[in-house]
Design a protein around this ligand. Structure first.
Ligand SMILES: Nc1ncnc2c1ncn2[C@@H]1O[C@H](COP(=O)(O)OP(=O)(O)OP(=O)(O)O)[C@@H](O)[C@H]1O
Ligand SMILES: [Mg+2]
Length: 252
C-alpha cells in the first residue's frame, strides 16, 4: 500500500477578473502518494499550474481542503504557510523566476538561509547541488550570463536546497532543447529514485514517460489517472506505447 502525502477534497479555485468569475479548479479530489513521480497533463488553460499552486500552498483555495501529511494547509495562517513551504516543499516555476541581480550561488542559497540558521550547512548543500548539476564553475555569474538550460538547472537546485519532501515542477523542460530536457528529466528521475516525491506538470510526451502515474486534467477536473511501472531504461518502449495510447484516448 502506498502512503498518501498530499490529499485534496472538493477543491475549488475561482478567479475573479473584471467582475467575471472563472472556475479554474472544480470540486477536485485527489491523493498524491509518497515517493511517486506523478505527472499532470492537460491542455493549456485546463488548470494545471493553478492545481500545483494549491497543492503547494502557494495560493489560497476558494473552497475545499488540502492536507499535506497531517497538516491541513488551507487553514494555516500566512506566516505558518510560508514556513511550512520552506520546510517541506520545493517549487520549480513555469517561468524560471531567478532573481536577476543575485548570482547563481545566491539564488540557490537564499531560500536555504531562510529555512536553516546553519549557513555553513546550507553552503555545503549548495556546493553539492552545483556539482551535481554541473554549475560549479558558474556559481559567481548572474542568471543573464548563463544559458537557458543552465538557468533551469539553477532553478531546480534552488528547489532542492532544503531537501524538500515534495518537489513540484511546472513545465521544467518547456524552454529547453531535447538534450537539455533529457538532462533535466534524468535529474528529476534521480531525485525521485532517492525517495523524494515529484509532482511535475508537462506538455512533453518524453517527460510524461518518466512518471509512475499520469493525471489528466480537463476543465479543472481530473479526467484520467494512469498508473505505470517504475521507470527503467529497459521498459521505455513499452511505457511509451502505453502513454501514447492513453494520451490519444484523452484527445491530447
Ligand atoms: N490570476 C488569474 N485571474 C483570472 N484567471 C486566471 C488567473 N490565473 C489563471 N487563470 C485562468 O485559469 C485557467 C487555468 O489557468 P492555469 O494557469 O492553471 O492553466 P494551465 O493548465 O497551467 O495552462 P498552461 O498549460 O497554458 O500553462 C485559465 O483559463 C486561466 O486563464
Ligand atoms: Mg501552466
Amino acid at each position: 500500500m502506498k502512503k498518501t502525502v498530499i490529499k485534496t477534497k472538493d477543491l475549488c479555485k475561482t478567479y475573479v477578473s473584471d467582475g467575471e468569475q472563472f472556475h479554474a479548479i472544480r470540486n477536485l479530489s485527489l491523493e498524491i502518494y509518497e515517493g511517486d513521480f506523478t505527472v499532470i497533463m492537460g491542455s493549456s488553460g485546463s488548470g494545471k499550474s493553478t492545481l500545483l499552486y494549491l497543492l503547494s500552498g502557494l495560493d489560497n483555495v476558494t473552497t475545499g481542503d488540502v492536507w499535506f501529511s497531517d497538516i491541513k494547509i488551507d487553514s494555516l495562517k500566512e506566516k505558518e504557510i510560508a514556513n511550512f513551504r520552506r520546510m517541506n516543499i520545493g517549487f520549480i516555476f513555469q517561468a524560471i523566476n531567478l532573481v536577476p541581480n543575485l548570482t547563481i550561488f545566491e539564488n540557490i542559497t537564499i531560500p536555504g538561509y531562510l529555512a536553516n540558521k546553519n549557513k555553513k550547512l546550507v553552503d555545503q548543500k549548495a556546493y553539492e547541488l552545483l556539482k551535481m548539476f554541473e554549475l560549479h564553475e558558474l556559481s559567481g555569474r548572474l542568471p543573464s550570463q548563463v544559458s537557458g538550460g543552465q538557468q533551469q538547472r539553477v532553478a531546480i537546485a534552488r528547489g532542492l536546497i532544503n531537501s524538500p519532501q515534495v518537489l513540484f515542477a511546472d513545465e521544467p523542460t518547456g524552454s529547453l532543447n531535447s538534450a537539455q530536457g533529457r538532462n533535466v528529466l534524468d535529474i528529476l528521475t534521480n531525485i525521485n529514485e532517492g525517495g523524494q516525491t515529484v509532482v511535475m506538470v508537462t506538455h512533453d510526451f518524453k517527460a510524461a514517460c518518466r512518471a509512475d502515474r499520469i493525471l489528466f486534467i480537463r476543465d479543472g477536473k481530473i479526467d484520467g489517472d494512469l498508473e505505470l511501472e517504475k521507470f527503467t531504461t529497459d521498459n521505455l518502449e513499452q511505457r511509451e506505447e502505453k502513454v501514447f495510447a492513453y494520451l490519444t484516448e484523452k484527445g491530447w
